[in-house]
Each structure stands twice: as structure tokens, then as C-alpha cells.
Design a protein around this ligand. Structure first.
Ligand code: ZN
Length: 340
């Protein structure tokens, strides 16, 4: 099928599970109730995506508090209790981050429970997301390795273990989220892709990397406003991604200042084109969605285009997210009629 649809990753959580409208919500349940609530929310997320006509569905990241810290919770060698303040994403904003204080190992499986549950409840292709090694390395303080690259490679090995287990459980697409890729452009070709290759080593399922300009939070919006009219940062990293062994690249397109012609640099890759803006509550029309897909066909072969959201939807209102998912499904259908 032409122009299949998917989501970047997260969906808002029900307010009985976690505080709404927050990027970093507190859970509202605990113990066994929390464990069950996460799965109940996963089922809702799957149903919502299926009804909206999303072809490659995800768990909506309902079981994790945050896309990086949800992984770190399962890692030994890191102190998540005594966080320190650090400037992250090239000092774009300050965050309280955990400290790596020993050799990194996995305590247990990370996303096995929700992945198996999701697999049992949908016949569609299933995608699970993991944070990328460069982004993790930029979200923790290091008091052990003394070398950012060495530490990133250690995280890549842990990601690889989890990814292999997810593949064995029937996950079809494993995506690594690397917002740090548009901050440390020179390091992407240097070691960022090498770290990703380590994370996907031995996988035969579809692999993807999501790069983006971040959620619609204030620090990101201010930063985006400082970047000028045309965002050409990707010119540096797309050729390196094109040469990589990652099969899919997810990037934002709608309402973005990334010139679409840059997408032609991603030769040989499936491109997950963001056709839904997560930085505004305005609901896209199917016509708008189809128009972006049509514009991208000038630069990416049709059969390589997947319609997607610009980024995760975690901090959005649920009704807005649901309406945007429906627009995504309808817009891709319209694009198939017009350009398929
Ligand atoms: Zn993103």
C-alpha cells in the first residue's frame, strides 16, 4: 500500500493513569494498579490508532514516564535518585539529570511487558521506540566512563540487548529517537551513526531513527525561532544517514522550516514524513496532510514515503491528539487517491 501511516511514538496518557498535559507527568496509580493501568492505557492507544487508520501502530509509550528516563529506570550503574543540573541539547535548556557512576548493565527487560501485550492485541505492524545512544549520553551526567563516546557505546550495547528481545517478541519496527542528532551535527557522522549501528546489530526487523526539533515546549519554540527562515542543519547529517544501515528516517515536515528538497539526500531510506504538527492544537485537515505528502513526492520516491506525526504527542490534550490521528489516517487515504 502506498503512503502507510504511523506515529512518531508517544500519545497522551489517560488522566486516571498520569497527570495530563505534561511532558514529565507523575503517575496517579501505584503498585499492581499502576502495572495494570499501563496495559489498559496501551489497549486504548492501540484501539485509537486502529480506528484512525494508522497502519504501523505503537504502544503510545503509555508505560513510560519520559522517553529517555523510561529506559534509564531499568539500567544499573546509574544514580537516578540524586540528580544533578546540567545543560542539555547543546545547553538549549537545563534539566535535572541522573549520574552514571558505574559500569552500565540492564537490570531486566525494559519494554517487554507492554510489547508482548501490544503484540497480543493487534494484528497490525507494531513499532516500539527506544531512546538513541547519543541522546541518552546527552541526558545523563558521567562520573564513570570519562568519555562521552565510550559511555554512548555502552548504552548502545544495552539498547541492542533490549532491541533483540523486542524483535524476538514479534515487534516489526524498532525506532531510536535521536533529537540530539540535530544538535551535535558534526558528531553524527563521527560516532552517532556508529553508536546506532551498534544498537541495531543483528536485527532483521525494520529499524528507524527519529530526528526532530523537539516537542512544542517553550525552550524548543524559542530555539526554533533563532534558527532563521530555512533550517539546513540536516544537510550535514542526511548524507551520513543515507549511507547508514538504518532503514527509515523520521523527520518533521508540516509547518517546519526544513526545506523539503533536503529529503532527497536520504536516498535509499524510507522517510517517515511528519504531516501532523505536535506544537499546535490546530487540527490539520485531510487536504493539508495530503498536500504535504504530495509535496514530498517531488523529492522522495512514493513507495518510500510513510505518513507520520512530526514528533511525539505526549504533552497534548487527548481529544486534540485523537483528532490529529484521524486527520493523519484520512489525509493519507486522500493522498493515495490523488498521488498513489
Ligand atoms: Zn521528536
Amino acid at each position: 500500500m502506498m503512503f502507510p501511516t504511523t506515529i512518531a511514538g508517544s500519545l497522551p496518557k489517560p488522566s486516571w493513569l498520569a497527570e495530563p498535559d505534561k511532558l514529565w507527568p507523575q503517575w496517579r496509580l501505584s503498585g499492581d494498579d499502576l502495572a495494570q493501568g499501563k496495559l489498559d492505557a496501551t489497549l486504548l492507544a492501540l484501539k485509537l490508532q486502529e480506528d484512525a487508520g494508522i497502519d504501523i501502530v505503537g504502544d503510545g509509550e503509555q508505560s513510560r514516564q519520559h522517553f529517555v528516563h523510561g529506559f534509564l529506570e531499568f539500567v544499573d550503574g546509574i544514580d537516578t535518585q540524586n540528580k544533578v543540573e546540567m545543560g542539555i541539547r547543546g545547553d538549549r535548556y537545563k534539566a535535572m539529570v541522573p549520574v552514571v557512576n558505574g559500569a552500565l548493565t540492564l537490570k531486566s527487560r525494559v519494554h517487554g511487558t507492554e510489547a508482548r501485550f501490544a503484540r497480543a492485541h493487534t494484528t497490525r505492524q507494531l513499532k516500539i521506540t527506544l531512546p538513541g545512544p547519543m541522546t541518552i549520553a546527552d541526558t545523563v551526567a558521567d562520573a564513570h566512563y570519562g568519555d562521552k563516546i565510550k559511555m554512548a557505546m555502552a548504552f548502545a550495547d544495552l539498547l541492542n540487548r533490549e532491541a533483540r528481545a523486542l524483535e524476538a517478541e514479534g515487534v516489526d519496527v524498532i525506532q531510536f529517537d535521536e533529537p540530539a542528532f540535530n544538535v551535535f551535527m558534526d558528531e553524527v557522522a563521527g560516532w552517532g551513526i556508529e553508536a546506532l549501528h551498534r544498537a541495531i546489530d543483528g536485527l532483521t526487523c525494520t529499524t528507524a531513527v527519529h530526528i526532530c526539533y523537539g516537542y512544542g515546549i517553550k525552550a524548543n519554540i524559542d530555539w526554533k525561532n533563532s534558527l532563521g527562515d530555512e533550517w539546513k542543519q540536516y544537510e550535514k547529517i542526511f548524507p551520513a544517514l543515507s549511507r547508514s544501515r538504518i532503514k527509515q528516517v523520521s523527520i518533521e515536515a508540516i509547518n517546519s522550516r526544513v526545506p523539503l528538497k533536503l529529503l532527497s539526500l536520504l536516498e535509499g531510506k524510507d522517510v517517515l514524513v511528519g504531516v501532523i504538527d505536535v506544537a499546535t492544537d490546530a487540527i490539520e485537515t485531510p487536504e493539508q496532510v495530503a498536500e504535504v505528502i504530495g509535496a514530498v513526492t517531488q523529492f522522495v520516491p512514493k513507495e518510500r514515503i510513510v505518513a507520520c506525526t512530526n514528533c511525539g504527542m505526549a504533552p497534548m490534550r487527548r481529544d486534540v491528539a485523537a483528532a490529529k490521528l484521524a486527520a493523519l489516517g484520512q489525509g493519507a487515504r486522500l493522498a493515495r487517491q490523488k498521488f498513489g
